[in-house]
Design a protein around this ligand. Sequence first.
Ligand code: MV4
Length: 467
Amino acid sequence: MFSRILLCARGEIALRIIRACKELGIATVAAYSEADADSIYLEFADEKICIGPGPSEQSYLNIPAIISAAEVADVEAIHPGYGFLSEVSRFAEVCRSCNLEFIGPSAKAMDLMGDKVKAREIAIAAGVPVVPGSKGAVPTGEEAVKIARQVGYPVLVKAGMGGGGRGMRVAHNDMSLLNCFAVAGAEAEAAFGSKEVYIEKYVSGARHVEIQLLGDHHGNVIHLGDRDCSLQRRHQKLIEEAPSPALDKQLREKLGESAIAIAKAVEYYGAGTVEFLVDATGGYYFIEMNCRIQVEHPVTEMVTGVDILREQLRIASGERLSLRQEDVKISGVAIECRINAEDPVSFQPTPGKITRYYAPGGPGVRVDSHAYCGFTISPTYDSLVSKLIVHRRNRREAITCMQRALEEYIIEGIKTTIPLYQGIFGRSSCVSGLVGTKFVEDVLDNGGFPGTGDDEAEEPEADEDDS
Ligand code: MV4
């Protein structure tokens, strides 16, 4: 096992990494930006090194600064957290060429999965269903129209180097498709440096279900079951739960086996997630793979008892997975709310100083947060303040626990999305599944506010559609 690592992550995940390291006896050096100088996790790290000013390009995306910090700190490995450089294959390569282990998958697996067109081909070759659509990248608008007519409208135009729904557009006819094709290509070029796009039939009323994977350097790959992340707004997940309330035993097994087949096809090691769409008829389709630890990993940790960060560290240091597939047991239901420093109606970020803070506790409650009284949420980064996670024996009890914990949570001085979650969990429909079948349409058509298929409470106002 490593004795000392560098983290180039911030916020709650930096704290989560430090916690895992402490339990493994690993010393931590936190590479931080000037904007994070007052962050609480820096007090829990053994050492800290400032790597530059707030803007990410100058710090958390600044590879020379991070590698220099790692050399100065004399660490054996680097944990990238999520976001920032976590899925940049070149960073993984640079780390390893400097004799620093990158705590994540191989650069090759990241390259293959980072290109969503290649990822689709890998899934097809592995015998995993994908959404009907283009074979590879779509070269021209005319070709796009041909494919769309074959699979049937509506279709989605997705960026090959995108992912997570970024830059994705829906087209209902030839005219709008030609426009989407041009605009999506230009946007993809600007955002991802590649104008490559592909087309998928738009799967209506689907749920987003993902499988958590762990693979080691010895060829072992297991899955830790599924998470349902269907409640999203503008491709930001709001609520995640494990296990998905929408799967039966058979479908659950198929998703797990499919995810493992994809991971094996790219000789995956590290923690990773395979995302699927699951439609109302039990059809499922691979959409993409994420080659990093994810924000929502705690719900899986709660229902499996597996410390995923600990496994990531063990794997990166060359150890074998600490459990076999048959040792994975799912127990109870876990739900996570991502609490953001945002106006709960307009979703506008509301950075500022927390003037009063009290985190909920008691049975079944976990809070992953770097927040404290007096902390200032910077406008420089994402607005995630806290992840409130509950774990109970069943879904009904988990929801009751979440309602109780949300009520207990005191965050003053800034607006947060806590009232939004109180509204959502206050609706009777959420007990039978957090989304209605019209959910995706709502998300795509009215610019993002998820309807929960219930009329008990008033919908918060939908934003202007910017897609
Ligand atoms: C889709 C889709 C419908 N049809 N692809 C892509 C990234 C992921 N985070 C969500 N994505 C979607 N891809 C096809 N072919 C709908 C979504 C989607 C979604 C799916 C299930 C539940 C909530 C969703 C919210 C936004 C988009």
